[in-house]
Ligand binder design. Sequence first.
Ligand code: PRT
Ligand code: ZN
Length: 291
Amino acid sequence: MIANNGRLKIAIQKSGRLTEDSLSLLRACGLEFEFQKQSLYSPCRNFDLDVLALRDDDIPEYVQDAVADLGIVGENIVREKGARVETISVLGFGECRLSISVPQRSSIRSVKQLNRKRIATSYPTTLKQYLRSQGLKAEVIELSGAVELAPTLDVADAICDIVSTGTTARVNGLRPLTTVLTSEAVLVANRATLRNPKKKQLIDRLLIRISGSLQAHGKRYMMMNAPATAVPRLKKIIPSLKSPTVVPLADEGMVALHSVIPEDVFWDVMEKLKKAGASDIVVVPIEAIIR
Ligand code: PRT
Ligand code: ZN
């Protein structure tokens, strides 16, 4: 039993696809803790928070039942478990979709043709909801793993499974038919915790840090020197979020320009800036952007 000591408890996936990104996010928020897969529980040294390592499937229910106050988990799992929790942030990683696929040679070409067919899945609840919404009756065959093999084994006519790159489906000779759900990792909270003033205050502090770190994601800070006369030209090149900061330098007629830029356009932009008169261009990573 974990003591209810007023500290926040956040559940993350113990070992799997969301683990690394969940840890990176918490560390980007400045939280210091040792994370060991073997131990259920890692106390944070510099924030009133403890990190719990759990199976992803257990996280929604544990948050609902206040075993943890917060959880980082895929929307697909929250939805499947029907957990009564509050989603307080989407986190921009763990993107995937729950899709129905059929064998390449299948005569099934449309969703309507799934009527009276057998569909294998580890997401029976979500699939049944989808079928109902489409007015379809199909036999849902629940499997806990290796769902993609079901048509080959003639256990099912179609499958409903998580897809991200599509490689697994292709390798298994499957063709996508339709998407049931798109998903990414989310931060969920226990509803009673959100009404607890002390814990809510901690959550709000954490949310500011999370949003600051998400805002900084994929962005760089760029500084350069240029003749003041070049500024109008340079401004046109920089796809900055706001107008760049322009600071006069000791050298008469020279200025420093600072701006945030998306990292994927950096090399392109840098070449253009140089041609337009910029020099001493420095690009640095951004830890967080707090608005
Ligand atoms: O042990 P535990 O129960 O905690 O982990 P798990 O094995 O159940 O989950 P895990 O680590 O595989 O996935 C955790 C979460 O990551 C999922 O709930 C999704 O929210 C998200 N996610 C993102 C994915 C994928 N991408 C993904 N590609 N989850 C699973 N897959 C599997 C999919 O089931 C299929 O077998 O990867 C295969 C397809 O991948 P592609 O790239 O070939 O299409
Ligand atoms: Zn799981």
